[in-house]
Design a binder for this molecule. Sequence first.
Ligand SMILES: Cc1cc2nc3c(=O)[nH]c(=O)nc-3n(C[C@H](O)[C@H](O)[C@H](O)COP(=O)(O)OP(=O)(O)OC[C@H]3O[C@@H](n4cnc5c(N)ncnc54)[C@H](O)[C@@H]3O)c2cc1C
Length: 403
Amino acid sequence: MKIACIGAGPAGLYFSILMKLRDPGTEITIFERNPAGVTHGWGVVFWDDLVADLRANDPVSANTILDASFCWIDQVVEVKGGSPARGGGTGYGIGRQTLLDILRRRATDLGVAIRYEHEITGPSQVPDADVVVAADGVGSHLRRLHEDTFEPHIEPGRNKYVWLGTSRVFEAFTFGLVPTEAGWIWFHAYGYSPTMSTFIVECSPQTWQGLGFDRMPGDESLRALEHLFADYLGGHRLLSQSGTEEPLPWLNFRNLTNRKWHAGNVVLLGDAAHTAHFSIGSGTRLAMQDAIALADSLHRTKSIPAALAAYESERQFAMLRPQREARLSAAWFENIARYATLDGPQLFALLLDRRSRLIPHVPPRLYYALHRAKRIPLVRMLYRWAAMGVEQVSGLPRRLLHS
Ligand SMILES: Cc1cc2nc3c(=O)[nH]c(=O)nc-3n(C[C@H](O)[C@H](O)[C@H](O)COP(=O)(O)OP(=O)(O)OC[C@H]3O[C@@H](n4cnc5c(N)ncnc54)[C@H](O)[C@@H]3O)c2cc1C
């Protein structure tokens, strides 16, 4: 089989590795627009569920990824001026570039050809292959070429965010909230190496404009953010991948779904197929799980159309819950003013439960009282219901759920 894969992100690289492991005779070429060693973003988090999947599918890259990961311990939320509330838990962080370097080396060792600085945008550039994998991210050109079949739906999130790095190493997953005269601004931070952390800043569009970030040069914005978050940074700088003269890359998160995931021999993978808000830290895991499912399906099913249809059905179903949770989590942060004045333990409990369907509809202090009363069976049942998705409640067959 001959496969062309567009995009050397986690999805495209991991899929190519797994295809080569399952069927070494497969001819795979990846086309990536960036030079090798260039990517966007800083570190990403993951948990033991992804580690189990990686170990089961390719122990060689799994071990290298784990060796290069940073283990963060505990979760902390702190409102400026208050004492921090702690909630336990552990997870991993890894630099995006480190992860990609590991996957690139493994893919190349297995015989995958990677053509860097090779952008595919128009129909005439799409390589001739039995299967063309669109792993070209949320802005996928390939998806746009078959928009009539895929029927993508993109909904921009309301808040502004910017993905920064810092040399302050956050040992715990930390949320810090700061009140300003223009509204709340906050960060999500975690270590991803012994020397670096991810530092994502988020706020409402009104706060963003009110603080002047819509018109400030990049360097000035970084200094303003360092000043706002000085209590948490301990004198460390904030870093952006954009040049000092350019504005900071503030964005609105793009929530993406597609009605279909394959059109002829073109199939969507990872962020090209779906996104899940960064506040649940799952996009890379979901992209790599897509890769596992697609490689399995192509290996198991002899007919390519049947393999692509089976992959689409399996992964669309698997995405229902994370995408619902991601929407609820994003909405929690969009309504943060509702929660930010709770005391530490209350705020922490609601932050951890932000994927609940109940939270938006119940006054926050009443929700906290319910949370504390979880030992009572009726309250526990309500909780379980709030945590379940329509896919679990209805028991409907998969096809009906996304028809
Ligand atoms: C702020 C933020 C924080 C995040 N934090 C986490 C986290 O903690 N944990 C987590 O699991 N996920 C996280 N994510 C999500 C994660 O980054 C993505 O879900 C993941 O990168 C998806 O992988 P992918 O391979 O599908 O796409 P991408 O990583 O976007 O890779 C796509 C590749 O395709 C290339 N490409 C694009 N167009 C073309 C073209 N026309 N021709 C050739 N090449 C092309 C791009 O250069 C890129 O290399 C976060 C996302 C954001 C925005």
